[in-house]
Design a protein around this ligand. Sequence first.
Ligand SMILES: [Zn+2]
Length: 313
Amino acid sequence: MSSDFECYLCAGREGRRVADTDAKTREPLRVMQCTGCGLVQQYPLPESRELHVYYSHHYRLDYKRVHKPRPKHVHRAGVAALDRVGFLAREGIRSGRLTDVGAGGGEFVFVASQCGFDASGVEPNLGYSAFARDAYDVEVSTAEVGSLEPGSADVVTMFHVLEHIADPRAALRSIWSALAPGGHLFIEVPNILAADASPHNIYFKAHLFYFSAPTLAAVADACFERVAVQDHGNLLMLLRRRDAPLEPRLPEASEVARALRRLDEKGWTEYLMRGQGWRKPIARWQRHRVEARFEEVPPRQILSELIGERNGP
Ligand SMILES: [Zn+2]
């Protein structure tokens, strides 16, 4: 237990340390789990209460002002984009004004616009947002989540962004304002309770929060109600905008107990057996073979072909 701790979600002071080094750099890193609500977070959080995406993800590229993703990364982003559009379609969401927050190279905005949405995006990084405009002729502005116009979207999407933000509740409040009444928010983040993350590869300095379904729902609860969750592998959550923000609920005692127990279980045995980690080298090799075919193909063509394949002849 540590007395020098205050939980972001419940303001509890009781926490336990779950990691002490960054998986990539081996630098010291203090990751805590609150024993009151189960939230896993870096502590202390960075001083800045602003969006953290720019520094955590993209700052290295910004010197160059030009971002040219490798074809294999375009292909991967395209496959993920089609899966995400498919998730929305299964929930009955197939059209409307869609804003992708942290749009990166614009792959999702392009795929969504080809699949029935009036899609645009915001991306703080100059190089990525310029690439999105040039490569796909989509509307991705060089901006952050706070810049969204009130009531301007029916759907907001946010993929692998919220875990980088020092004040996720403030970001979600901005999105609440940006959404029209009855609008939806679709979030994807890494899932701390998933069994398929290698124990060597979980905690990074760029990730400030390590969400589970209960803690993500609790962070969003003031402004959004939960509609659908998929929590094998990454955590996908579809939320509906509340008409008026309310006092948020915290995770239930049984969910907290499970979160504490699951972090104790993490390790190589779980990863290899329950998480099927032994399959990963094979899957990686198969993916490299597929991706080798795209080395000389322009980004827009890679995505268009993927959409064509998915929609069938
Ligand atoms: Zn807490």
